[in-house]
Design a protein around this ligand. Structure first.
Ligand SMILES: C[S@@+](CC[C@H](N)C(=O)[O-])C[C@H]1O[C@@H](n2cnc3c(N)ncnc32)[C@H](O)[C@@H]1O
Ligand code: SF4
Length: 320
């Protein structure tokens, strides 16, 4: 879903994504049937894990139906959802009933004012916390929280976020503020390196490193020495993980991107709607994947602005 009910300045700043911004029209977005067919073809090519994201995926009417179709596909081992959770309380039980196992919620600060400010003025902390609570009661597990940390904005509330969820079933993961898209006025001095944050947390609640769950896991995991759970760090800026990245990203309108920082993708919707066969579509996907040379995060430091065109895909368009 390209639309969102928040305007987080680091993702969809209000000055660009205002009321006259042209989002996709309904018929420009892939239908559930089209998404399911393409997913089946990706699965034929080796994909095992699918994540629904956005924009805000819960703005898509009847999203649980899509979850049901995707979880029923043979070969799909894991369907995940990333959401701002404003609408989660009303949808969690149906999502779980249709086969969703786990969920990721974005929550940048436990301070209601800071959280609201970081959503562009739209977030109500209580609604998000209620959504998380209903998700727990509905049996979604694990529940992970993504928090984007920006120096001088919410870094002083990071430990409060840890404290709030320590000892609960919720796993907090800190994401370094990234230079996705071209519209969030990113600057390196706003990035809080994971290492720095980890050391601050470690001096309050001692931590030890935990093995990755699977090869290519993006979060580095640390458990509390006292047994009260774990936290994670996603360090795309200070410790890029391009070499282990096996993610393909499909936009709402059916363009395939092989990197979060891509400048162009391959349109799958046109051939899909023109009647391409499964074989033809699989060949297009495979070809794009085999040509892939993306390693933007590893090159970030050495690329000057002129070397990297100012046309990176925006985060809301292909998800996190
Ligand atoms: C683009 S959102 C889409 C899903 C949903 N709207 C949400 O916020 O969870 C996915 C994730 O990307 C993260 N994100 C967005 N812009 C970012 C940036 N500039 N740097 C780091 N993470 C970012 C968000 O915090 C969120 O956790
Ligand atoms: S981070 Fe998520 S909630 Fe915030 S503007 Fe982007 S898509 Fe919307």
């Amino acid at each position: 879903m390209d639309r969102c009910n928040f305007r987080c300045p680091y993702c969809m700043p209000k000055e660009t994504f205002h009321e006259h911004y042209r989002f996709l029209k309904t018929n420009e977005r892939l239908s559930f049937e089209e998404i399911t067919r393409l997913t089946r073809l990706f699965v034929d090519l080796g994909v095992r894990k699918v994540r629904l994201t956005g924009g805000e995926p819960l703005l898509r009417p009847n999203l649980a139906e899509l979850v049901g179709e995707l979880t029923a596909l043979e070969g799909v081992q894991d369907v995940a959802l990333t959401t701002n959770a404003v609408l989660l309380a009303q949808h969690a039980a149906q999502l779980k009933a249709n086969g969703l196992q786990r969920i990721t919620v974005s929550l940048d600060s436990p301070d209601p004012e800071i959280f609201k400010q970081m959503s562009g003025g739209f977030a109500e902390l209580d609604r998000v916390l209620e959504g998380i609570q209903v998700a727990i009661v509905s049996g979604l597990a694990p529940i992970k929280i993504n928090a984007v940390i920006q120096r001088g904005v919410n870094d002083h509330t990071a430990l409060d976020l840890v404290e709030r969820f320590r000892g609960s079933p919720v796993i907090v993961r800190f994401i370094e503020y990234m230079d996705v898209g071209n519209r969030n006025h990113w600057s390196l001095d706003r990035v809080v390196p994971s290492r720095e944050l980890m050391e601050r947390i470690n001096s309050r609640w001692p931590l030890h490193a935990v093995q990755e769950n699977y090869h290519g896991e993006v979060a580095e995991r640390y458990a509390f020495d006292d047994g009260l759970g774990e936290i994670g760090f996603i360090s795309s800026v200070t410790n890029p993980f391009c070499g282990a990245c096996s993610r393909a990203r499909l936009s709402s309108e059916g363009v395939l991107y092989t990197c979060l920082f891509a400048t162009e993708g391959v349109d799958l919707r046109a051939p899909l709607r023109a009647g391409a066969s499964d074989d033809e579509l699989r060949a297009l996907i495979a070809d794009s994947w085999h040509r892939r040379e993306d390693r933007y995060s590893e090159q970030r430091a050495s690329l000057s602005r002129t070397e990297h065109p100012l046309r990176k895909i925006e985060m809301y368009y292909i998800g996190g």
